[in-house]
Structures are given as C-alpha cells and as structure tokens.
Ligand binder design. Structure first.
Ligand SMILES: NC(=O)c1ccc[n+]([C@@H]2O[C@H](COP(=O)([O-])OP(=O)(O)OC[C@H]3O[C@@H](n4cnc5c(N)ncnc54)[C@H](O)[C@@H]3O)[C@@H](O)[C@H]2O)c1
Length: 352
C-alpha cells in the first residue's frame, strides 16, 4: 500500500500519519503538506526517520504538481486532510478557503482519477475525504443530532468550502465511479492543537496570565473528540468503510464553550498550584463571531455499529492528558507562538 496523506503536518493529520506509520510498517506513507502557518513538522519529530515515511512539501492548489507526483509515486490510496481550517480566518479571507478546500480537493480528485484510470483502473484504490460536522449548520432543537442524512446547511465560509469539497468528492464517486469514502467529524482536541483554537488558546492564556476571550456569552455548544480517537476512526473508515458511504464521527460529548473554559481553569489552577478560582478571573467576554452556529451534535451510531469504532477516552481524562501535554511541551508552544517553527522547516524544505 502506497498511501498519500495530505495535511499531515497539521493537527489531526500528524496524529493520522503517526498512527499509520507505526501501525502499518508494511505501508509506504507519503505526507503531502504545503507547510502553511498551520503545518508544523515538529508534530512528527518522533517518526520523521521511520523507513516507511516520506515528507513531500507541496501545494494541492497546484494541479500540475499533483499530476506529476501521482505519476511518480503510483499511489494506491489517499487520505485527504489538507485544508484551511479556522472559521475566523475564513471570515476575513474566504478566498484562500475556496482555493485550498474546494480547488485543491478537485485537483486531488482529478490527479487520482486520471492517474488510476491510466494505470489499470480503480480496483483496489481508495480516495478518503476527511470533513467536518460544520457542513450541517446549526441545530436548534436540543433533542436533534446530525446524522449522515441531515441536509447540508453550511453557515460560515469555512463550512461552505468544506461542504463544496464534500459535494465534489461524492460527484466524482457518482460520475466517474471513483472509489470514494467520506467522514464528518466533530471538534477535535488534544496534543499539537494550534493555539488559535479554543482549548489550546485557553491553556496558553491561563499559563501566561492573559485574558481568556469567550465569544458572546459562551453558550455555543460543540461535541468534542480526542484527536487520537479521530485518527483511530479514520483508520477504521479507510480500511473498513463501504465505498461511497459517509460516516459521522463524534464523542457524544457536548459542552458549552464557557463550561469548557471553567473546566480548564480548574485543571490549570490545580496543576500550576494556584488557588482555586484564580484563572477564572481571566475570563473576558468578547463580541460574538459573525454567524456563530449555536449547537453541533453528532450521531455517531453508524460508525460504531458498522465499523466497531468507539471513543476510547472520556472528556475529563482527555482534557487532563491535553493539559499535561501542553505543560510538558513548552518548547513546542514557544516555537509556535514566536513563529520560529515556520522559518526552521520552511528553510529545510523550500527547494524541494
Ligand atoms: N480540527 C477539527 O476539530 C476538525 C474537525 C473535523 C474535521 N476537521 C477536518 O480535518 C482536516 C484537518 O484539520 P486540522 O484541524 O488538522 O487542520 P490544520 O489547520 O491543523 O492542518 C491543516 C494542514 O493542511 C496543510 N495545508 C493547508 N493548505 C494546504 C495546501 N494548499 N496544500 C497542502 N497542504 C495544505 C497545512 O499546512 C496544515 O498542515 C481538515 O480537512 C478539517 O476540515 C477538523
């Protein structure tokens, strides 16, 4: 199996690359990543010299580059995670989301389709597209959950671009019979999470005594899944998922943002030896994000029943692990917040 994983230097991608490189030593894993601000090869330091692992610096918006790479590598499968992933950035710069998430995905579909069609057909091949629950929009009834049949109703430029990419992947399955499979997952958290997202931002700001910005009243509800459990689910879908199907992935673990922030304040006070209640004083309510969806909740029964996957960690345990990781990896955080990680790795790979 020669497997391309896109976006493998990012948060979720790095956990997927690590899982596949260590669990399947007989596979050749190629990690394709443009190393945008969100890509950090320090996430993969522990496996960077593994004999079955190769990093390729490249941009999925470059169709010719993808075509050449597919011709050179004779790939059997693709797990596509590369994306612009931050909702706030999509509000200020929607076009970069169109380029990477929509155009980049279609480029990748074309490269896979054309390369596979001209070298023996689609038998034994697989194109797996990793997507988000945000494509379903916001839930209004507290009893409702997103199922695989929930109509798409994206509300932000980010979720609109992911929805468009999902539609293209399904269209290539229907029109060209490209063997595709998809999954839509809820919010991830865990080690290596970029500190522009809620949980790592709060951990970092608590540690450095900075304000903890909470959108609106902090009432927005998300379902949270430990990133390693998402990687395990991706393994299950890639190997056992039925062609053409979509699997929703989630933790049955709904939290209001403000409650997560209080939980983190409590954990951090304890771990940093601060009197209880110290960190919560840093909470600062800020103007709500434009178009902020109120509630997401995933019904993950299909993947649980059909593929035998289930989350391995409870939220309290996962959050403790996450906080412990960030406290033990101060250098990682310093390099990310100072920007040092970018110049270091860009310099190393700029000419490839
Ligand atoms: N983070 C979540 O909670 C979550 C939940 C569900 C689904 N997802 C999806 O999972 C995937 C990964 O999310 P993440 O949080 O790890 O994202 P991330 O932003 O941490 O990582 C994205 C990676 O893609 C790379 N990339 C960006 N543009 C590229 C381009 N044009 N060409 C090649 N590489 C490029 C970046 O360098 C980075 O390494 C995304 O598709 C996202 O939509 C994320």
């Amino acid at each position: 199996m020669k497997l391309l994983i896109t976006g493998g230097a990012g948060f979720i991608g790095s956990h997927v690359v690590r899982l596949f490189v260590t669990k399947y030593p007989e596979y050749q894993i190629y990690n394709l990543d443009a190393l945008t601000y969100a890509g950090n090869l320090a996430n993969l330091k522990d496996i960077e010299n593994a004999p079955n692992y190769t990093f390729i610096k490249g941009d999925i918006t470059d169709a010719k580059f993808l075509e050449d790479m597919f011709a050179e590598l004779s790939l059997d499968g693709v797990i596509h995670l590369a994306a612009e992933s931050h909702v706030d950035r999509s509000i200020t710069d929607p076009m970069s989301f169109v380029m990477t998430n929509v155009v980049g995905t279609v480029n990748l579909l074309n490269a896979a389709k054309n390369s596979w069609a001209s070298t023996g057909g689609f038998e034994g091949k697989r194109f797996y597209h990793v997507s988000t629950d945000e494509v379903y929009g916001s839930l209004h009834n507290p009893e409702d959950f997103f199922t695989e049949e929930t109509p798409y109703d994206p509300q932000s430029p980010y979720s609109a671009s992911k929805a468009a990419s999902d539609h293209f992947v399904r269209a290539y399955g229907n029109t060209y019979k490209l063997p595709v499979v998809l999954s839509n997952c809820s919010n991830n958290y865990g080690p290596n999470h970029f500190p522009e997202k809620l949980i790592p931002l709060m951990i970092h700001n608590i540690q450095t005594n900075k304000p903890l910005p909470v959108y609106g009243k902090g009432e927005n509800v998300r379902d949270w899944l430990f990133v390693v459990d998402h990687a395990r689910a991706i393994d299950a879908v890639f190997h056992k998922g039925k062609e053409g199907e979509t699997y929703n992935i989630g933790g049955f673990n709904e939290w209001k943002n403000i409650d997560i922030v209080h939980l983190l304040c409590g954990i951090m006070d304890r771990k940093l030896g601060r009197p209880e209640g110290t960190s919560a004083q840093l909470i600062t309510y800020v103007t709500d994000r434009a178009g902020h969806d109120l509630r997401y909740a995933i019904d993950a029964h299909k993947i649980m029943n059909e593929l035998g996957w289930e989350p391995s960690l409870q939220f309290a345990e996962g959050l403790e692990k996450t906080v412990d990781w960030f406290l033990a990896n101060q250098e990682w955080m310093d390099n990310v917040t100072s920007g040092a990680y970018q110049s270091y790795y860009q310099g190393m790979y700029a000419n490839r």
